[in-house]
Design a protein around this ligand. Structure first.
Ligand SMILES: Cc1cc2nc3c(=O)[nH]c(=O)nc-3n(C[C@H](O)[C@H](O)[C@H](O)COP(=O)(O)OP(=O)(O)OC[C@H]3O[C@@H](n4cnc5c(N)ncnc54)[C@H](O)[C@@H]3O)c2cc1C
Length: 368
């Protein structure tokens, strides 16, 4: 029964296959720090979560929901609390459809414009995007090869190459870890914004994302406007690109620019691109006419990577950490270092950008 206190015999009532103590998170933080969690629970079924809630596991301990750890920076090598990790698997096409067939080609004909695809939170994002491309479903192709889990995708509204995941999310299924309630968030209730959603707010960190319904187009227009997708296609003599041509192009462009996960520690873009008001923008543009910028509803967005590069940090190295030579927005850990080294470097870069341009750059990564 929900809310019933059974803490005394908690370890006996929880199934052993979901509990780990003093658990290494080395493979669950792409920065590659040797972090250990006091308690670690792997969620393989909704029953596992209900069992944890019934045993009041989340009442007294600091709790962290961890996906693949590709957007988390542990500030210490010991996480003195409880980590829960979704291992919920499964992809269902048209979940409300009572058709027995799982062949998207068949289901498409009954719903020519869109298909709903429900994906469980423990699926790997890259594999899920590949699945949509293999099934000729449009919408997520520009988000190909982003590391991490499906469950984390709405949290910071992942984005790349001119597309954000919010454009394809129909709803998010969650469980409130404080009471076991099932809560569904429709797209508009998630308050998606640039690298933001309600799931990032402290008070909403109690929602464990179980699954997401994606609304994907059966026929669509490809978005080739951003970055150097067009250049890549041209260079490879691709005149009428298909869905998989675009995905392949982006995979190759990303591989050239970003550190390989598991080889060099990183969390991708470490900082958010700052949005400044028109006055600040005009002043800076006079000083730096070559400064790139993008209009935004709240002002003008300036690439943080350009600011960091211009402040002289690209390729900088200090002991075990540094700034990636191909993209100054990416801070890297070369191995053998400690979280404080990255935190110190972060602070130095923030101070120097502030001093040179008068702009504060904020971390995109979640620091815990
Ligand atoms: C090389 C590299 C490139 C990257 N490129 C991009 C990019 O192009 N665009 C982009 O947007 N990001 C990018 N990222 C960042 C990262 O991949 C994404 O933010 C990704 O969605 C994080 O997924 P994760 O499973 O690793 O989440 P984690 O890092 O484990 O967690 C991120 C946040 O989501 C929460 N969370 C995770 N799972 C759940 C769940 N089931 N329920 C509730 N909350 C949950 C966590 O508590 C945390 O707040 C990149 C990272 C790397 C290392």
């Amino acid at each position: 029964m929900k809310g019933q206190r059974t803490t005394d015999n908690r370890q006996q009532t929880l199934s052993n296959n979901i509990i780990r103590n003093q658990y290494s998170l080395l493979d669950l933080n792409t920065m590659g720090f040797k972090v250990v969690a006091k308690n670690f629970y792997e969620i393989n079924s909704l029953k596992d979560i209900d069992q944890l809630i019934e045993n009041n596991v989340f009442c007294n301990e600091k709790t962290l929901i961890l996906g693949g750890g590709s957007n988390i920076l542990f500030s210490d090598e010991y996480f003195d609390g409880t980590v829960i990790h979704s291992n919920l698997k499964g992809i269902t096409i048209n979940p409300e459809d009572d058709s027995e067939s799982s062949d998207p080609q068949i289901l498409k004909s009954s719903n020519p414009e869109f298909l709903i695809v429900r994906c469980m939170s423990g699926e790997v994002w890259k594999d899920f995007v590949d699945f949509t491309i293999d099934n000729n479903l449009y919408g997520l192709e520009n988000l190909v090869d982003i590391p991490g889990s499906v469950g984390a995708s709405p949290v910071q509204n992942i984005g790349a190459y001119g597309v954000e995941v919010k454009d394809c999310i129909d709803c998010v299924y969650t469980i409130d870890l404080t009471n076991g309630d099932r809560v569904i968030f429709r797209n508009e209730e998630c308050h998606f914004a640039y690298r933001d959603s309600i799931f990032k707010r402290e008070e909403n960190k109690k929602y464990f994302i179980v699954a997401i319904d994606f609304k994907l187009r059966c026929n669509g227009q490809l978005n080739l406007e951003y970055g150097n997708i067009k250049d890549y296609l041209e260079k490879n003599d691709i005149v009428s690109p298909t869905l998989s041509d675009v995905a392949k192009a982006i995979k190759n462009i990303r591989a050239e620019k970003l550190p390989e996960v598991g080889v060099v520690g990183s969390v991708g873009s470490f900082f958010q691109n700052p949005i400044v008001d028109e006055d600040i923008f005009r002043r800076l543009k006079e000083l730096y006419p070559e400064m790139p910028s993008y209009p935004n509803e709240n002002g003008v967005k300036i690439p943080a990577g350009w600011l960091i590069d211009k402040a002289g940090w690209k390729s900088y190295k200090e002991n075990h950490v540094g700034v990636w030579d191909k993209q100054a927005l990416v801070l890297v850990h070369y191995g053998g270092g400690k979280p404080e080294e990255i935190l110190n470097l972060m602070k130095k870069i923030q101070d120097s950008v502030k001093e040179k341009f008068g702009i504060e750059i904020k971390p995109e990564v979640n620091i815990v």
